[in-house]
Design a protein around this ligand. Sequence first.
Ligand code: ZN
Length: 239
Amino acid sequence: MLLRQLQEFDLQIQAINSRAEEMREDLEELNQLHDGLNDSLLTQKKQLSDTRAMMKEKEDMLANNEERHNLSKSRLNQVSNTREYNALEKEMETIRKMNGLLEEERESLREAIEGSEADVADKQGKVAHLKSQIDEALSIMEHEAATAGAKTDKLSAERLTVRNQIEKTLVRRYEFIAGRRPGKAVVSAHQGMCTGCNMMLPPQLYNELQLDLKILQCTNCQRILFYESEEDRARNNAG
Ligand SMILES: [Zn+2]
């Protein structure tokens, strides 16, 4: 049946096109993952640099206080009265308390920085991995696109040769069904059943089909039918 040959070409062309479509979708998905992760990486890097700046500030304050404390300490030996001595002691006490708090803050910032650095490194690794997956997918796509164009051109030309040998109304009927039904438009009938929709065919129709005198369609799904005997089926399944 020439229609089955025509369908074979259509299925091959479809397979090539859907493979290309699938690759485009996969690539799109990878790109979205990459961009999302990269955005979050940039945000986290910015936060990390803000936290480092904050830590630097605390360290500067600590050093500054340390200096003031040392200065007060050296002045202790030079004071002439108790009132001045007590004032200096009090000032030093205040500085020590402040530094105690600053050290705690510095410690928690240090912990935040360490956690953030580990996260950034982890994300950087993931982003780099995604990038290499994208590059690989792109190179496969480019390679396949180059051969797919030539393949579909050749198949289309061969398809046209077959199509020209089939009666016009039949081609139109086939193309009408192919455009509206998923899967194949030409299917086998086997053991009284349409293999397109898996419904039992009227016995009269199934008998006519076996005579192979005219083109018949499934009464349920309208697909074009051909009869497949047990031997045909065994042979087709083996091949
Ligand atoms: Zn059917």
